[in-house]
Design a protein around this ligand. Structure first.
Ligand SMILES: [Zn+2]
Length: 117
């Protein structure tokens, strides 16, 4: 029983793709996926090369580097989404708390992976 749901979970993670856009508090955010392998790092800025994800508050953009590990790829998106949510709520102190952001992201991922449609 537990094993079957683990398999379902990892299948969900493998198939998972981030949204192109989403809205928070009436503002539309764009999701930009960077491919490390394709670009050989050429089109990535220094900032992007050194991180797997970025949340650009003023541009309302989330940038994520596609990772060969689908787990990391998905977690990175939800981590940046958690930053975007805290930014939208004006909770700048919580937004700087990476431990809190990771915990919130993992709660959203748990929700996503456990929901029955
Ligand atoms: Zn962060």
């Amino acid at each position: 029983m537990a094993k079957r749901s683990e398999t379902e979970k990892s299948e969900k993670i493998k198939r998972w793709e981030p949204p192109e856009t989403f809205s928070l508090g009436g503002r539309t955010w764009r999701v930009i996926i960077k491919d490390l392998e394709d670009s050989h790092g050429m089109t990535l800025s220094e900032e992007e090369r050194n991180t797997v994800g970025l949340c650009r508050n003023y541009e309302q953009e989330i940038v994520i580097v596609r990772n060969s590990n689908p787990n990391i790829f998905m977690m990175t998106f939800y981590h940046e989404l958690a930053h975007a949510i805290m930014y939208t709520l004006g909770r700048s102190k919580l937004n700087r708390d990476e431990g809190f952001i990771d915990a919130l992201a993992s709660m959203i991922v748990q929700f996503e992976l456990s929901k029955k449609e």
